[in-house]
Ligand binder design. Sequence first.
Ligand SMILES: Nc1ncnc2c1ncn2[C@@H]1O[C@H](COP(=O)(O)OP(=O)(O)OP(=O)(O)O)[C@@H](O)[C@H]1O
Length: 247
Amino acid sequence: MPRGQPDVLHPLPVRRVRMASDAEPVRDTWPASIPAVRQVLDRGLDLGKLTILVGENGSGKSTLIEAIAMAYGLPGEGGSTGAMHKTYASESPLHDWLTLERGAGASKWGYFLRAETTHGLFTYLHNNPGPVDPEFHALSHGESFLAMLGTRRFRGDGFFVMDEPEAGLSFSAQLALVGTLKALTSDPGSQVLIATHSPVLASIPGAHILQLDENGLRPSAWAELESVINYTSFLKEPRRYLRHVVD
Ligand SMILES: Nc1ncnc2c1ncn2[C@@H]1O[C@H](COP(=O)(O)OP(=O)(O)OP(=O)(O)O)[C@@H](O)[C@H]1O
């Protein structure tokens, strides 16, 4: 299906993100001051089947992904649509400034997983378990994350949002995650949005990669990502980098 044309039979949960008509963001203060956020407010953002946000620390990946997830109805700390899990309100007001253009008849289900709050989420699931949930706290970080993706929450149509899912995952676990995410997107009405620092995750075939930086956000080929170029070059010759940070 060409980008931008809605698939009438299998609509995506979120076709486009844009500023709400009644939003009044203060442009020079956070979060509207983040270039990528400002660009989304000014020009909107089309979301495809699988979108990956990549960028330096502080470039706005979490701010953007959290606001899109919350505008969809997902809890800012992670969980499913309709879950009430909340421990500390640290979210930006951005979700109130955004409107999502949803595919007509698309799934309303979704799940938000974020590395920094999985401990709290697993405590919530300990108290409110699904029918065949393992005791997530009894698994290692990587094991619990992959086990979570193996549950029914991540099957079928829906909007699946993940913030740095690679945290704590070994190389082979990240590779397994690539396979899991690719399989997840094979469901016709499923849609995935990820923020990551991992060149492994960013390599998922068919992903639309957006690089965030001081100029905003722009599409990028995997091989042209700064993280891919830096890791490739570091692994070839670590000393070229290390001499700048250690004596
Ligand atoms: N509550 C807040 N008040 C003011 N500024 C904030 C707040 N939370 C985050 N920021 C700033 O917003 C900017 C973007 O942060 P964000 O967490 O979205 O970046 P990121 O790209 O996800 O970074 P990382 O890769 O480190 O997770 C950062 O400069 C951060 O300091």
